[in-house]
Design a protein around this ligand. Structure first.
Ligand SMILES: *[C@@H]1O[C@H](CO)[C@@H](O)[C@H](O)[C@H]1NC(C)=O
Ligand SMILES: *[C@@H]1O[C@H](CO)[C@@H](O)[C@H](O)[C@H]1NC(C)=O
Ligand SMILES: *[C@@H]1O[C@H](CO)[C@@H](O)[C@H](O)[C@H]1NC(C)=O
Ligand SMILES: *[C@@H]1O[C@H](CO)[C@@H](O)[C@H](O)[C@H]1NC(C)=O
Length: 617
């Protein structure tokens, strides 16, 4: 990657695209990482296996393998984090320890102290009377603590401790209520409701963002308001619940698509286009929505932020590697992203910079799928300032030098004062290691052989900061589509098949041919010829690339690609992206992520060669 020539001398760079003064990137800072305690591990999940010997305080045991595990936010005091986990081996009622069973939300101390009972954790949801949790939703992922500290988002549920802070002794099972979240999607509110995923709470504690899968494997994303409904008269959930109301569909119906054909019959890129892909959350102030957006460079998946009112879009990561779970600091000045950068996982397909995202019309799902191998993630937490990757600045790995076999997972979080980050990791296990896989399975170093752990990073040199004032977000986002129950899905721009020229912003052309599948009407083949193409004057692309996608008639998550590539990049780096004789054929499923290919696709950057992974690796 090019050094930004002015970065060394200029304190401030003017970013023409955003109209914002972008400061010089920060220097790396010292960070300490420690592991946080969790309940004791037992090796059997038999009833009663969590004995007094295993846990003398009789407050639950957990397993070596993780079933449903996630850490989430800090409480406002910075001394606790929420953790969703699975208790196993509980004795039967009326033994008081019987409440420590199944998927529950706990708080873990981050300051080495203990709760009054002597444990460094406390279960928030164990033993909540049935009358207080009448219609608990089984989805309990992505736990997030509300800014008030008295509520938490627990999957499709809201945990509510009234006026008591969740971390306080006043928050007991008897005064904890758990309400399901219901998304009415039929005009009269009847039925099972919509199926949200990736739910995140806005810092105003009232609004929510979420995504939902479409039938063809795509995703739509929404923003709405939580409204308490104490006595629902419609819908399948007839218990006190939170309804998602004032729902917005997060796309701009009047704006351009990110890639479209203009009136002159030429292709145009529109980086200002708003199309919110998978929701990733909100900025610290809640003035921006974070999401995985349409790619700006071929096979390079990034995090974007769109302002909730102005609709201004910022690309906040641009490293060729894959960025995904992300959290902003509460002062709005930093973010921490789980990213494959440093692992070289995706460099063979995305390492060459400056290639416009044309083949992405058929490769996007496969390119996203190769980031994982089965449940092995190649993510580590990366700390970046709010302006994002720029020039030679690609942030700082929070846990630099740590064992890469411990993989970062979703979501990281900042303490409210900005001095701590919490994240969790899982250890590589079979079939992502061992057997035919070239990676031997490592032995866990965590307590009881546990293959998951919660890590606390201390930003040692930082002074505490105050959370930013919460942005007063309107119920209806000016650029979005109001989406009341029963709404029709908006029609989206579809690039018509044909041959078009895309002119580089600085030089050259990319002539692209888009061929549709005669049966499905979806794009089938995209072939591009590059002639001195450059968008930045630093990366100049020449050569040809062509990819054909064969859909799987029964599985929308399955990609099969037949790929040929012969690209040469000149300018600030010498790069090539080439397939071997016979091209490169890749089959990969987006849910299992098992790499399976014939042939080769290789990227070389200034003499450094990046090869595709071995099959199954
Ligand atoms: C919770 O409420 C139940 C039922 O009223 C009562 O029996 C129990 O003692 C209460 N528990 C605590 C810890 O107050
Ligand atoms: C790209 O298309 C333009 C317009 O049709 C044409 O003039 C140009 O020669 C083409 N470039 C290449 C490399 O084929
Ligand atoms: C190719 O593009 C570069 C800038 O990207 C420009 O300086 C050069 O003149 C172009 N060459 C030709 C043959 O157009
Ligand atoms: C690789 O080639 C073998 C043998 O022709 C074939 O069975 C397999 O489906 C191919 N795999 C891919 C990913 O195309």
């Amino acid at each position: 990657m090019a050094l930004l020539p002015l970065a060394a001398v200029a304190l401030l760079l003017f970013n023409a695209a955003s109209g914002q003064r972008v400061p010089k990137p920060p220097r790396p800072e010292p960070i300490d990482v420690v592991e946080l305690p969790l309940p004791p591990v037992i090796s059997s999940d038999a009833v009663g296996a969590c004995t007094k010997k295993a846990n003398p305080r009789r407050t639950g045991c957990i397993g070596q393998d993780f079933v449903d595990f996630q850490s989430g936010d800090f409480t406002p005091d910075g001394n606790h984090v929420v953790v969703n986990l699975e208790f196993i081996g509980a004795p039967v009622a009326p033994d008081p320890a019987s409440i420590y069973t199944g998927e529950q939300l706990i708080l873990v101390k981050t300051n080495g102290k203990k709760f009054p009972n002597g444990d460094p954790w406390k279960c928030l949801t164990c033993g909540v009377p049935a009358a207080n949790a009448q219609a608990l939703d089984p989805e309990r992922d992505y736990p997030h603590v509300a800014r008030s500290g008295t509520k938490a988002l627990w999957g499709h549920n809201i945990i509510d401790c009234g006026d008591a802070l969740l971390s306080s002794d006043a928050c007991t099972p008897n005064n904890t209520f758990i309400y399901p979240i219901f998304w009415p999607v039929t005009p009269d509110g009847s039925g099972a409701g919509g199926v949200p995923r990736e739910m995140r709470l806005h810092p105003d504690d009232v609004h929510m963002g979420w995504s939902s899968f479409t039938a063809n494997g795509g995703q739509n994303t929404y923003f709405g308001r939580l409204e308490f409904n104490p006595d629902p008269s419609s819908g399948d959930v007839r218990a006190p619940r939170y309804d998602l109301v004032d729902v917005n569909f997060l796309a701009d119906p009047t704006g351009p698509a990110s890639l479209m054909v203009n009136d002159q019959g030429e292709l145009e890129q529109h980086p200002e286009a708003i199309r919110v892909g998978e929701l990733r959350g909100f900025s610290g102030a809640g003035d921006e929505i974070l999401y995985i957006g349409p790619t700006r460079e071929a096979n390079n998946h990034d995090i974007f932020a769109v302002h909730v009112v102005t609709g201004k879009v910022r690309r906040i990561t641009s490293h060729p590697e894959y960025a995904d779970p992300v959290a902003f600091s509460h002062d709005n000045n930093w973010f921490c992203v789980m990213d494959t950068r440093g692992s070289d996982r995706q460099m063979w397909m995305a390492g060459m910079r400056g290639i416009p995202p044309l083949i992405d019309g058929v490769t996007v799902m496969a390119a996203a799928s190769t980031r994982n191998n089965y449940h092995r993630r190649f993510f580590q937490p990366i700390l970046i300032d709010r302006y994002g990757d720029r020039g030679s600045y690609f942030g700082q790995q929070v846990n630099a030098g740590s064992d890469p076999n411990w993989n970062g997972r979703a979501d990281p979080a900042f303490s409210y004062d900005g001095t701590k980050i919490v994240y969790w990791q899982a250890l590589v296990t079979s079939p992502a290691c061992g057997g035919v896989n070239p990676l031997p399975c490592p032995t866990s170093t965590a307590q009881g052989g546990r293959v998951y752990r919660v890590m606390l990073a201390r930003l040692k040199n930082r002074k505490p900061t105050k959370p930013a004032a919460v942005f007063d977000v309107p119920d209806f986002i000016p650029w979005a589509i109001p989406f009341p129950p029963g709404s029709e899905y908006p029609e989206e721009y579809v690039l018509p098949p044909g041959t078009y020229t895309l002119r580089g912003t600085v030089s050259g052309t990319a002539n692209a041919t888009f061929v549709e599948n005669p049966t499905t009407g979806a794009l089938q083949t995209i072939s591009v010829e590059y002639d001195n193409y450059s968008d930045d004057g630093e990366h100049v692309i020449n050569g040809v690339e062509s990819v054909t996608s064969t859909p799987n008639p029964t599985n929308p998550w399955m990609s099969h690609l037949d790929w040929t590539s012969d690209l040469v990049g000149t300018g600030v780096v010498e790069a090539t992206k080439k397939t071997g004789p016979g091209g490169f054929q890749l089959s990969i499923e987006a849910m299992t992520n098992a790499f399976n290919a014939n042939g080769t696709l290789t990227t070389t950057i200034d003499g450094v060669v990046y090869r595709q992974p071995a099959n199954g690796a």
